[in-house]
Design a protein around this ligand. Sequence first.
Ligand SMILES: NC(=O)c1ccc[n+]([C@@H]2O[C@H](COP(=O)([O-])OP(=O)(O)OC[C@H]3O[C@@H](n4cnc5c(N)ncnc54)[C@H](O)[C@@H]3O)[C@@H](O)[C@H]2O)c1
Ligand SMILES: [Zn+2]
Ligand SMILES: [Zn+2]
Length: 380
Amino acid sequence: MASTAGQVIRCKAAVAWEAGKPLVIEEVEVAPPQAMEVRIKVLFTSLCHTDVYFWEAKGQTPLFPRIFGHEASGIVESVGEGVTELQPGDHVLPVFTGECKECRHCKSEESNMCDLLRINTDRGVMLNDNTSRFSINGKPIYHFVGTSTFSEYTVVHIGCVAKIDPAAPLDKVCVLSCGISTGLGATLNVAKPKKGQSVAIFGLGAVGLAAAEGARMVGASRIIGVDLNPNRFNEAKKFGVTEFVNPKDYDKPVQEVIAEMTDGGVDRSVECTGNVNAMISAFECVHDGWGVAVLVGVPNKDDAFKTHPMNLLNERTLKGTFFGNYKPRTDLPSVVEKYMNKELELEKFITHEVPFSEINKAFDYMLQGAGLRCIIRMDA
Ligand SMILES: NC(=O)c1ccc[n+]([C@@H]2O[C@H](COP(=O)([O-])OP(=O)(O)OC[C@H]3O[C@@H](n4cnc5c(N)ncnc54)[C@H](O)[C@@H]3O)[C@@H](O)[C@H]2O)c1
Ligand SMILES: [Zn+2]
Ligand SMILES: [Zn+2]
């Protein structure tokens, strides 16, 4: 096949023209990568709830037309000027938040909030020249979180690309590009429960169940799953969730229910819902003296977190994290290795699969709360 490097590629992409309206498969032009960018042939992508929030744009800044998608796997097609770490043919996972390797955050062991490439949901253009690499008949289509993987080809800054083991099956490790790494890291890197401790998980979607998986891996004694959707409970058993609480079944706040179940509160909690009231409950349900709560869900633009300061004075800790505190380029290859050496199972997170032409079905499944991750096959 003739090389496409340096040329505009015409390919299919699922374009969101308007908030909440089904995506439309269009032929788009994808410009070649510029300095410190790579163009990726996307092979598999999956839907994360963050895509859905910004597509619905109910509590978020609307930016359309846009190509969504940030959980994906693919192969580098060509590289821009100055790119030495990646080459055509490399197997990669794009990530919505980046790692420049040079700023204070990238140099800090504690942070993954890169000054240059941290998640920015309002930006719809590439950093290099503040324009989009996508267009239809010359009219630009906006990017989403620097990844826009609902396209057969996409252009991504190299700081947002993790090069992974070429032996890793791309149709499975694609879910490590966001949701599963996020939930797993939120527990292992941020909440850090000790063996024998109790952990509450709010929201039993893929992110929450990955957080539960982390709790199981460290030997938590009790893993209490909280969700409004009773259908989640059966599935959650496979992820080590030992007890379930549906806030709808009680006439008092769920934090009180959990405090009663656990003699004063859980040791750790991880919130993976995006609902601000669940965030407050997740904080208030941890034990005083040592409890740690970690927020992972993406809130609405105008949400405010309200709690009595005494809850903090009583020695509870509130934290939050993007991407489970993993640095995408440095740490993600080792998470892929956890799957390769069977420490981490990914198959159980993948409950649906659709061809690219039926991408809107993946949105329907998520809106109905059916299943966990739906893999979208780009070649079908
Ligand atoms: N911080 C990050 O880096 C990061 C990365 C990925 C996803 N996210 C966010 O994590 C959250 C989960 O993503 P997902 O893809 O697993 O979504 P999902 O829709 O599959 O799962 C969310 C679950 O939360 C439940 N839920 C909603 N409101 C609730 C409430 N008030 N109380 C209890 N349960 C409630 C839903 O029933 C659902 O089962 C989303 O907010 C997403 O945007 C954050
Ligand atoms: Zn995501
Ligand atoms: Zn940086």
